[in-house]
Ligand binder design. Structure first.
Ligand code: IMP
Length: 198
């Protein structure tokens, strides 16, 4: 029975979210910060590889089941960039500058498509080597300019999900979570956990 999970993240927002989601199942969430573990370097070439790298390394090091996630924005006109490099693509992790860079590179590209998608892979690794992957994706368009709202982080002001005429940054958090890559991956993780508990 899954009683305790270690979440390999230092991101306070993600940690609060996962604790709230797993509390009703009686699962305690410890974090990399609680255990004083270092960040694992993301050397993989896919979201799944990076996510697994984090969860497998920490599951083996601690002997606890470990959850990790990796996500990013893939733009068709840039051959899928920034992709797994989404965090590092923004100069000094300044996403306002990162969005300017993205718009400038798209303007230079011969491919005039505005199609893009966000991807998220959540992995759950056990110390014995068993692992499970939960993937979520949301398709949309890159806006011609930033569309800021009350919420949002990262590239949210540039991303307009298909079927909407506002950016992720202009949507309420609960609305974004219903259709977002992370929300969808999380739903799949929840299904897996519900089946374990039942
Ligand atoms: P990581 O998953 O912590 O490695 O970070 C991936 C990067 O992708 C983040 O730093 C954001 O820039 C970007 N990203 C991932 N998900 C979202 C999202 O929902 N909105 C905006 N940007 C995102």
């Amino acid at each position: 029975m899954l009683k305790e999970i270690l979440f390999a993240s230092h991101n306070a927002g993600k940690i609060t979210e996962i604790k709230q989601i797993l509390a009703p199942f009686g699962i305690t969430v410890k974090t990399a910060a609680d255990m004083d573990l270092p960040d694992v370097e993301e050397t993989g070439t896919t979201f799944a590889e990076n996510s697994l790298l984090k969860s497998q390394t920490i599951a083996k090091a601690t002997g606890l089941p470990c959850l990790a996630d990796d996500s990013g924005l893939c733009v068709d006109a840039l051959n899928g960039a920034p992709g797994v490099f989404s965090a590092r693509y923004a100069p000094n992790r300044d996403f306002d500058k990162g969005m300017d860079k993205l718009l400038a590179e798209m303007a230079q590209s011969k491919n005039k498509s505005r199609d893009a998608h966000f991807c998220c892979v959540i992995s759950l690794s056990y110390p014995n080597g068993e692992y499970h992957l939960f993937e979520g994706r949301v398709d949309g368009q890159i806006a011609m300019q930033k569309m800021f709202g009350a919420d949002g982080f990262g590239y949210d002001p540039l991303f307009v999900p298909n079927g909407y005429d506002c950016s992720f940054a202009q949507m309420a958090k609960v609305e974004k979570n219903k259709i977002s890559h992370r929300g969808r991956a999380m739903q799949k993780l929840l299904e897996y956990i519900k089946n374990l508990v039942e």
